[in-house]
Design a protein around this ligand. Structure first.
Ligand SMILES: Nc1ncnc2c1ncn2[C@@H]1O[C@H](COP(=O)(O)OP(=O)(O)OP(=O)(O)O)[C@@H](O)[C@H]1O
Ligand SMILES: [Mg+2]
Length: 497
């Protein structure tokens, strides 16, 4: 875990090179900017939900207070009959009222009056007020102009038998509500800015910065994916971002490896092409010399020269094909019907098996078996398998060992099965793990590990399969080649013509 230790100056944290700003979003349109704006908007929205009920509540409390003050004034005024006009006005002014009336025991009594009450704009029955009504009324108060007169009524005792009715101008309430709203808005603004900054900073620390680091690493890595120094170092966080970093690092490592391998293969391909190119010229002159050999009247020369010419012909053909199709791809098979037994004989001949001092060769392929395949390619498949078998058996020094290579074949419907079996030591476990994979399966000193990969590729190009079958001692490879598929529609069309 390197989450507690300060991260070393890694690739992603290093200052960006010139031109690094390309494609980097503008501060506000980037993730940080969007987050900041969104946080402010949402906090303000939350504040609106606080603001609306609180002004309604403020208005209701203000009105209730008026009722209580009016009640106190009413009690005072009620207790004496001859009260000075001045005192009455003073009491009315304290209550902010124009008139105060008391309704008790079914009787209504006007206790004080400053002047003839003007026309009443709204009657506010405090106990009948519901929450939505209170909210609507608060906004009405804020938005309506000056000069409105309210009649407020409501009980002032617990039993609800004493009801006070106050007529008062709304202006004072409006003013108080404005001050209250302004205060609340200012407070909301301060709270929302503080909350927005806190949310923004924590989101930036938690999400934005690590994402920016990830993005920066992706950008640098994509510019030169072969540089292992640019692979991101996971911060060790145990959340989704930590996981993404770890996965990304694994992906980068894999990609860098793969690219290294690819480059190696490309170099190799170029090397092979160069060798092949000059080899082709050498083979061509060798073929010319060999053709001249046929003029020598010696019997052995006469027997061997055509075989030599045929082998050189084949070699030239491969060389040409590799150059024509480039690097690693094989030419598509040119399928013809072939007598398999003959092809097997040719393979044995090339490996000098009929005259081999130690290995017995058995061509058990019935002469009647015909196979629909590319002659040169199938030849190479069998040559690679037979050569592997010979190499495996040549390695044993004990003269008592049975050394036998046999090739069998069987046609089952449209598929020909070919078995190449030897009595050697069998395929080692280490080779089995990567069998048929180029450059990976070889356990033989001097082996490249290409033979089986080439064989598998050629067989697959025929729509067939190759596998290692365990049939007792030694190694047995099975090749299955299906006949080429018939296009029924085309055949029918041809028949109709
Ligand atoms: N008949 C066999 N008996 C025992 N081991 C075999 C046999 N055929 C293949 N192998 C094993 O499989 C490995 C891979 O074979 P493959 O032909 O792909 O490569 P190679 O023979 O090592 O090199 P080359 O590219 O020269 O053919 C061999 O190194 C060998 O260990
Ligand atoms: Mg081989």
């Amino acid at each position: 875990m390197n989450s507690t230790t300060p991260a070393p100056q890694d690739a992603a944290a290093a200052p960006p090179p010139a031109g690094a700003g390309e494609g980097v979003p503008h501060r506000l349109s980037g993730l940080s900017g969007k987050l900041l704006v969104l946080t402010i908007v949402f906090v303000m929205l939350a504040e609106v939900f606080v603001f609306v009920p609180s002004i309604a509540n403020f208005r209701a409390n203000w009105l209730r207070d008026r009722l209580l003050v009016a009640d106190v004034a009413a009690i005072a005024l009620d207790s004496t009959t001859d009260i000075a006009r001045d005192t009455q006005d003073q009491l009315l002014a304290r209550a902010g009222a124009i008139t105060i009336a008391v309704r008790q025991d079914g009787k209504r009594k006007l206790v004080a009056m400053k002047e003839m009450p003007p026309e009443i704009t709204r009657v506010v029955d405090i106990p009948a007020m519901t929450a939505p009504m209170a909210i609507a009324a608060a906004f009405e108060t804020l938005l309506a102009g000056d000069g409105r007169i309210l009649l407020i009524k409501g009980p002032v005792d617990e039993a609800g038998t004493r009801i006070i009715e106050v007529v008062l101008p709304e202006d004072a309430l409006r003013k108080a509500l404005f001050v209250y709203s302004r205060n609340i808005l200012l407070l909301s603004l301060v709270i929302s800015i503080i909350a927005a900054i806190m949310v923004y900073l924590s989101l930036r620390w938690l999400i934005v910065r690590p994402l920016q680091r990830l993005r920066e690493s992706m950008r640098r890595f994509s510019a030169s994916p072969e540089d292992p120094g640019l692979i991101i170092r996971p911060s060790g966080r145990n959340d989704e971002i930590g996981d993404a970093e770890a996965r990304f690092a694994a992906m980068q490592t894999e990609l860098a490896d793969m690219l290294g391998q690819k480059r190696h293969l490309a170099d190799l391909g170029l090397g092979v092409s160069k060798i092949n190119h000059d080899l082709r010229n050498i083979l061509a002159s060798a073929q010319l010399f060999t053709e001249r050999l046929t003029l020598v009247p010696d019997a052995t020369v006469q027997r061997l020269a055509p075989k030599l010419i045929a082998s050189l012909d084949r070699a030239l053909g491969y060389s040409q094909a590799v150059l024509a199709y480039g690097r690693a791809r094989e030419a598509p098979p040119q399928r013809r019907l072939i007598t398999l037994a003959r092809l097997v004989d040719d393979v044995a001949e090339l490996l000098n098996l009929p005259n081999h001092p130690a290995i017995a060769f058995e061509n058990q392929v019935a002469h009647a078996i015909e196979i629909d395949a590319d002659s040169d390619q199938l030849f190479r498949v069998l040559l690679n398998l037979a050569r592997n078998a010979v190499q495996a058996m040549d390695g044993d020094a004990d003269p008592n060992l049975v050394r036998r290579l046999s090739i069998k074949a069987e046609r089952r419907g449209a598929v020909v099965d070919i078995l190449v079996a030897d009595t050697g030591p069998g395929v080692p476990a280490r080779a089995r793990e990567h069998l048929f994979k180029a450059f990976q399966g070889s356990t033989r000193p001097g082996g490249t590990g290409l033979g089986l990969a080439i064989a598998a590729e050629l067989v697959r190009a025929h729509g067939g399969a190759i596998d290692l079958v365990d049939l007792g001692a030694g190694a047995t490879f099975r090749i299955q080649i299906p006949d080429r598929p018939v296009d029924l529609e085309a055949a029918r069309r041809a028949a109709r013509k």
